[in-house]
Write a protein that binds this ligand. Structure first.
Ligand code: MTE
Length: 309
């Protein structure tokens, strides 16, 4: 199984469908409840429900996920002698639930087949397919403007003096590039309030969309990034760092030690992140691409004339 431990949990839904061709006699027997093996749809539903919950045991690469809802819909098209089954699954999980829906609908279709085969020699499962899938990361990726620019600032005395190599800033750059966000600038500066503030303000004035500052959010005497940034922020967004710390806390108890803040200065989103490579990477994983919704919202505000840019 692939490692999904870095993903955030989101609510996901998947709907899968199956189509079965049966004889006209089978359809009438189902209607009259005269199939010798019993109630076809009730039995298929029960089998499908078990199958959905057992997906991770049947399919080797499927992760065990919490199945929060499963529903089955059975319908018939008499003219074509067809039975349609739909299986809908909802889950709050790190990975999608389409395999659960597909497994559920497949087993329900096989159950229909098994129950009708003594009385129907022409029965055939015509198709099993995914109808719809919602709630994954890709749902969030499509929803922001595509030409975003970012600046990455590494605030560290030791890195700026050349006694330590920067890894956190480079990890952030790599993740931004993977999201197709243009990295307009990358710089290393010392833990100096005035320098951090001036550099960040410069990026805001240049119209950079996102300024990501790594380092100086902790409690050592020279850590001063939040103090440098706070006066610049016009609208703080506490939820951003709450989300980052909550995500971090599930991975290391030290996440609570970052005093990072985030918010908007005019149309620029400023985020201050921990200085460790792991802290910076985890903060990126917690926030992106979801955070980019900010630009959708601010874009709409500008378009509707709420604020002039
Ligand atoms: N957050 C996450 N997600 N992962 C981490 O490894 N490191 C913590 C914390 N936040 C960490 C994290 C540690 S050890 C410290 S000291 C603080 O961030 C502050 O780091 P900074 O002073 O380098 O900004």
């Amino acid at each position: 199984m692939i490692d999904i431990s870095g993903k955030i949990t989101t609510q996901r839904t998947a709907i899968a469908g199956a189509t079965i061709k049966v004889s006209a006699e089978s359809l009438s027997a189902i209607k009259d409840n005269s199939v010798p093996k019993g109630d076809v749809f009730a039995t298929a539903k029960a089998a499908g429900l078990f199958a959905v919950k057992n997906t991770c045991y049947a399919l080797p690469h499927c992760h065990p996920i919490s199945v929060d809802f499963t529903g089955f819909r059975f319908s018939t098209v008499e003219k074509k002698s067809i039975i349609n089954i739909e299986c809908e699954v909802t889950s709050i999980a790190r990975t999608g639930c389409e395999m659960e829906a597909l497994h559920g609908v497949s087993v329900a279709a096989l159950t229909v087949y098994d129950m009708l085969k003594p009385i129907d020699k022409s029965i055939e499962i015509l198709s099993v397919r995914l109808i719809e899938k919602r709630g994954g990361k890709s749902d969030y990726l499509d929803k922001f403007k595509k030409d975003l620019s970012a600046a990455v600032v590494v605030a560290s005395d030791s890195i700026s003096q050349g006694t330590k190599e920067d890894k956190a800033g480079k990890a952030i750059v790599q993740k931004l590039e993977r999201l197709s966000i243009k990295v307009a600038d990358y710089c290393v500066i010392p833990d100096e309030v005035k320098i951090i503030r001036k550099r960040t303000e410069g990026y805001c004035n240049e119209g950079i969309d996102i300024v990501l500052i790594t380092g100086g959010t902790g409690l050592s005497p020279r850590d001063a990034t939040p103090e440098a940034i706070r006066p610049l922020i016009e609208r703080e967004v506490p939820g951003i760092m709450e989300a980052a710390r909550a995500y971090g806390q599930q991975r290391t108890p030290f996440a609570m030690l970052s005093r990072g803040i985030a918010g908007m200065k005019d149309r620029t989103l400023i985020i201050t992140m921990p200085g460790s490579t792991r802290g910076a990477s985890e903060t990126m994983d917690a926030l992106f691409p979801f955070i980019l919704h900010v630009f959708r919202v601010t874009d709409m505000n500008f378009r509707h004339g709420k604020k002039k840019g």
